[in-house]
Design a protein around this ligand. Structure first.
Ligand SMILES: *Cc1c(COP(=O)(O)O)cnc(C)c1O
Length: 388
């Protein structure tokens, strides 16, 4: 129940144990097609250029910037946590002109700040993190997409934590470049970065004046393996791809809407229990992510001792705070396979026990508050809120 990697279902691990075959084997080529179809389904896109990049989520991030940005380009990066900061770092390494738009940690980016930042400029790209895993903030995308469109800029979104846990509607929103990772809400081990480029992004890549500085992540070259030519570029990580395909099949079997509803339900139950204990969530209700819950560490509790007790006595891993939130917040993941009632109830009971042992005066009633959320959901709707 940390910020990733999340629990991996046995089906995915078993799929990864299949024999390693050649990266041009006909069976493997057919599997690549299926994987691309499934990736388009989770990204809700028709973009043909939708592939898994070899590498973790950060490789997906780097791929977007190295392919779409050239020295001297103006690039807007929205920063309200660790991952926006990482994007800004990459942009500076490419000798582009960074236009940084900040929001306080724990808050979403204000679109008006982006409007002000682009006035009188011609940015090539506007980049934002959809689900900031370091803070638990959800970034609404519509307004930022509109600003990008109005200014002739490409719109780039980090969907590492959001994909598979909440809607990432690439085509409806108008996202030109999007990347994710396998180990958050897709519940697959880390190692691949699902990515999708729009026709406009591909056109930007074609029109580059200089070659992409990274040979390995050059989507022009990698695209000839994932495209019709099936031409060798680098050896595909075969068994990782078995795992990703299986994880995506599980997502499709559940259905996106059901999956999003499941994440929301368990998030609501978790928050009800945490607040009943008298603890405070860091993020305001309207800006909370369902899959990453930040809890303020209460007065009198020792951050490291509490996390160690949860892990050693109850087998529960949660994340500590990063950056500005180090020592101030806990990050509780409800990602993919891990978003279920059993985990929520066990976590609440364990946290209550550990905090009492720390001498923190927590209120009674956490489990009852969470149970009430499940009861209401059960009586008001159908199987769409399965707690499996
Ligand atoms: C985890 C994460 C990344 C980085 O992914 P890695 O797999 O650790 O390289 C990037 N962005 C966000 C929002 C993340 O949560």
């Amino acid at each position: 129940m940390g910020p990733g990697p999340s629990d991996v279902p046995a089906r995915v691990l078993q799929a990864m144990a299949a024999p390693c075959i050649g990266h041009l084997d006909p069976y493997f080529l057919a599997m690549m097609d299926e994987t691309q179809r499934l990736l388009r389904y989770v990204f809700q896109t028709e973009h043909p250029f939708t592939i898994p990049v070899s590498g973790t989520g950060s490789a997906g991030m780097e791929t977007c910037f190295v392919n779409l940005v050239e020295p001297g380009d103006e690039v807007v990066v929205c920063v309200n946590g660790v991952f926006g900061t990482r994007m800004a770092d990459i942009v500076q390494r490419l000798d582009a002109t960074l236009i940084r738009v900040d929001a306080p940690w724990g808050r979403a980016i204000d679109p008006d700040d982006v409007r002000r930042a682009v006035r009188g400029r011609s940015p090539k790209l506007i980049a934002v993190v959809h689900a900031e895993t370091s803070t638990g903030v959800c970034q609404p995308l519509e307004d930022l997409a509109a600003i990008a469109r109005e200014n002739g800029a490409l719109f780039l979104v980090d969907a590492v934590t959001s994909l598979g846990g909440m809607e990432v509607a690439v085509d409806r929103i108008g996202i030109d470049a999007v990347y994710s990772g396998t180990q958050k809400c897709l519940s697959c081990p880390p190692g691949l970065a699902p990515l999708s480029f729009s026709p406009a992004a591909l056109e930007t890549l074609r029109r580059r004046k200089r070659p992409v500085v990274s040979w390995y992540l050059d989507m022009g070259l990698v695209g000839s393996y994932w495209g019709l030519e099936r031409k060798y570029h680098h050896t595909a990580p075969i068994n990782m791809l078995y795992g990703l395909r299986e994880a995506l099949r599980i997502v499709a079997e559940e259905g996106l809407e059901q999956r999003f509803a499941r994440h929301r339900l368990h998030h609501r139950a978790l928050v009800a229990g945490v607040e009943a204990m008298g603890l405070k969530m860091v993020v305001a209700p309207a800006e909370r992510l369902p899959m990453l819950n930040t809890i303020q560490i209460p007065e009198g509790a020792d951050d490291k001792r509490v996390r160690a007790a949860l892990l050693l006595a109850f087998g529960i891993e949660i994340g500590g705070g990063l950056g500005e939130f180090a020592g101030k917040a806990w990050r509780v993941g409800l990602m993919g396979h891990a978003a279920r009632q059993r985990n929520v109830m066990l976590f609440l009971a364990a946290l209550e026990t550990v905090l009492r042992a720390e001498g923190v005066a927590v209120h009674e009633g956490a489990l009852e508050a969470a149970a009430a959320v499940y009861e209401n959901a059960g009586s008001s709707s159908s199987s769409s809120v399965s707690t499996a």
